[in-house]
Ligand binder design. Structure first.
Ligand code: CU
Length: 127
């Protein structure tokens, strides 16, 4: 599920830039960003997210009344479809997804049948 090409460890301290002001909280620790993602019907909590490359902790919480997950998908240089994902979270459950993202465009979505089409899908742009 994880290819070394996308691993970018030891990144210098950088700040996340959030386009969806007020929707996500942000805090920066020594070597990673911490972003809170609030899943709900039918949103992944942001319309578009801009991130600096490097390590990010997504603190994912399901605020909805139905099960949801949070998946980050992308296509690598070989055309392979890759994904990082939380387990399916029941209402009220939380999960910390720690990723290191290289510059590129990713898609955040819930992969439970039909949910992305209902709105649980948004791009992540990593610079
Ligand atoms: Cu869902």
């Amino acid at each position: 599920m994880w290819k070394g090409r996308c691993l970018l460890l030891g990144a210098v301290l950088a700040f996340a830039v959030l386009s969806a002001a007020g929707i996500l909280s942000q805090e920066v620790s020594a070597d990673s960003h911490v972003l809170e993602v609030q899943l709900d019907e039918w949103t992944v909590g942001f319309d578009e997210l801009e991130l600096a490359a490097g390590r990010t902790q997504f603190q994912v919480v399901n605020n909805g009344r139905m099960p949801h997950n949070f998946v980050i998908e992308w296509t690598n240089a070989d055309g392979e479809r890759l994904a990082l994902e939380t387990p399916v979270l029941q209402p009220g459950e939380e999960y910390r997804l720690i990723v290191s993202l290289a510059p590129g465009t990713y898609q955040a979505l819930c992969t439970i049948s039909g949910h992305a089409d209902l709105g649980m899908s948004a791009p992540i742009v990593v610079q």
